[in-house]
Design a protein around this ligand. Structure first.
Ligand code: GLN
Length: 231
């Protein structure tokens, strides 16, 4: 490059399981990574003077990729849990979520988590949804690599219900899923998403938290939130 060009911004490699709209997914034509998490990470990167590069990784492979230094951070609608916090450092929470149930529109037997007992439940592998349904009595849990495969299984009557993060269920229904499926029951235990970094990367964790505070103060966070979740 030319001598009077500014040096290329440092790259922040961010792992995400990119079939999880509206948080991280690929634009149909351009294949560009888009979504709430992608925009939040770009805004954080901007504050840090870094360029964000999304690395599409299976959800259950994200923490191993971080531990193996293939990525610098995870932003993948990842719920902060004690179990995960043993392996990674989480930022402050950046989004409040919770688990909910989707069933076929004509299903009258499942109206809440209690009524999932003995039922076939499709979930995404390695998620809090998968953990939660494994505790349900006699549940036949089917794990898929992506949430979209879980919805397909419900559609094909291979499962009686999908348990997944509420905003993702809502997005699925809003984008056409509501033709033959619906949301039922209460939202299970509030969850909070965090950005994960490697245990050893304490400096990066601090920088991300600072940038998160800054984008909340300068209105950028609210703008992005409005764009993905506003009316
Ligand atoms: N929030 C859920 C979890 O952390 C699901 C995340 C996801 O599938 N991307 O397990």
């Amino acid at each position: 490059c030319g001598g009077n060009q500014s040096p290329a911004a440092k790259v922040l490699k961010v792992g995400a399981e990119a079939t999880f709209p509206p948080f991280e997914f690929q634009e149909e034509n351009s294949k560009e990574y888009v979504g709430f998490d992608v925009d939040i990470m770009k805004a954080i990167g901007k504050q840090m003077g870094m360029e964000v590069q999304i690395v599409n990784t299976g959800f259950d492979g994200l923490i191993p990729a971080l531990e193996g230094s293939q990525i610098d951070a995870i932003a993948s609608a990842m719920t902060i849990t004690d179990e995960r916090a043993k392996k990674v450092n989480f930022s402050k929470p950046y989004y409040k979520s919770g688990l909910s149930i989707v069933v076929k529109s004509d299903n009258v037997t499942i109206n809440n988590f209690k009524e999932l007992e003995g039922k076939r439940i499709a979930v995404q592998i390695g998620t809090t949804g998968a953990e939660a349904v494994k505790k349900i009595k006699d549940a036949k849990v089917r794990e898929y690599n992506s949430a979209s495969e879980a919805y397909l299984e419900l559609k094909a009557d291979g499962a009686d219900a999908v348990v997944n993060d509420l905003p993702v269920n809502e997005y699925y229904l809003a984008k056409g899923g509501s033709k033959d499926a619906k949301l039922v029951g209460e939202v299970l235990n509030a969850e909070e998403y965090g950005i994960a970094v490697a245990k050893k990367d304490t400096e990066l964790a601090g920088k991300i938290n600072k940038a998160l505070d800054e984008i909340k103060q300068n209105g950028e966070y609210a703008k992005i939130y409005e764009q993905w979740f506003g009316k």
